[in-house]
Ligand binder design. Structure first.
Ligand code: HEM
Length: 312
């Protein structure tokens, strides 16, 4: 992509940049390293006045999910990653899936796909400070980054939707929201994190889960007329109303190559009735890039299995 001459930026451009010079066949081009989880969402029903979504009505709904670290390398050391992630697919009986991908930062540094692309280039060129200086909208992100301390567990991070969505109840009635998965730590483990182990976080999580369930409170923040739901660089004020939708209880974890999260694409535009996308342009770019990454890795997995069959 040559953004200087008005050429349109494509999903292929994004994924080419994200995968770098060596593609890791069969793996996600971003957030390549992770593992699958499964659990139940215990919905409080507190969001039901705002949305007709099946899983926001009181009840218990299964989900499958994936914890990951940002980056293109499926063997990267867990503790070196600047961003950690939690993705879920809620599975109500109505066949209306809700796919969600969340990251540790609450905001983006820049608000458009074109600038996000330039930011990825700046990361690869080691020119991030200059990039932030040239993009004053990155202020909230830079502030978050300066105070954020990575924790010693995937189970004790807070994961954010970053982009806003609408909850819809009846025609013409909508409420802008952002959400976060907020850790509810109930169990501690005795073993210390082995900082020399590339899979330290993954092992910690599996050990923790053996000792008991891992839970997150799924908290929604309501936007007001003063908030721009289409600009993910701005943090909404703490004074905004917060409502807990219920508890995400995780009771199973599986290596990603053996788990049913691996083949999924956590496309943020796969939404059930009662939830709708805002006009935030990042959301469209994400849907297109995830599809392109999914296409590449799915094709490689099929090719591998065909080759394997021929040798059997
Ligand atoms: C224009 C901006 C973005 C681009 C181009 C982008 C690109 C990608 C790509 C290509 C993948 C791999 C998809 C797959 O193969 O299944 C991915 C995964 C992911 N992205 Fe993004 N992303 C963007 C913004 C975001 C934002 C704002 C968030 C958080 C709110 C986010 C969270 C995630 C997560 C959690 C995953 C891993 C999902 C999983 O476990 O399968 N991304 N991203």
């Amino acid at each position: 992509a040559n953004l200087g001459t008005g050429n349109a930026l494509s999903a292929q451009d994004f994924v080419d940049l994200q995968q770098g010079s060596t593609a890791h066949a069969g793996f996600r081009r971003a957030h390549a390293k992770g593992f699958c989880v499964a659990g139940d969402f215990i919905s409080s029903g507190a969001l039901a006045p705002f949305s007709s979504a099946a899983v926001l009505q009181a009840g218990r709904y299964p989900f499958i999910g994936r914890f990951s670290i940002a980056g293109n390398n499926p063997l990267a050391p867990d503790l070196k990653a600047p961003v950690r992630s939690f993705a879920i697919t809620l599975l109500p009986e109505t066949a209306q899936q809700w796919r969600i991908a969340m990251n540790t930062p609450p905001v983006l540094a820049v608000g458009t796909p074109e600038k996000f692309y330039l930011q990825l280039q700046a990361i690869q060129n080691n020119s991030v400070p200059q990039f932030f200086a040239e993009h004053p909208e990155s202020q909230a992100f830079v502030k978050w980054r300066s105070t954020y301390q990575a924790s010693s567990s995937f189970a004790s991070e807070r994961y954010h939707s970053i982009n806003a969505f609408y909850l819809q109840k009846a025609a013409g009635q909508q409420q802008a929201v952002k959400w976060a998965a907020v850790p509810m730590l109930t169990s501690t483990i005795s073993s210390e994190l082995d900082e020399t182990d590339a899979d330290a976080l993954q092992k910690e999580f599996f050990a923790r889960l053996n000792a008991g369930m891992v839970s997150f409170d799924w908290q929604f923040t309501l936007g007001t007329d003063a908030d721009d739901e289409n600009n993910a660089t701005v943090l909404w004020p703490d004074s905004n109303v917060q409502i807990s939708a219920g508890t995400l209880q995780i009771h199973q974890a599986t290596e990603q190559l053996d788990g049913n999260c691996n083949a999924l694409n956590f496309d943020p535009l796969v939404l059930p009735r009662g939830v709708a996308p805002t006009a935030d342009p990042i959301l469209r770019a994400r849907a297109a890039a995830y599809a392109e990454s999914h296409r590449r890795r799915a094709r490689e997995v099929l090719v591998q299995s065909v080759v394997g069959d021929q040798h059997e």
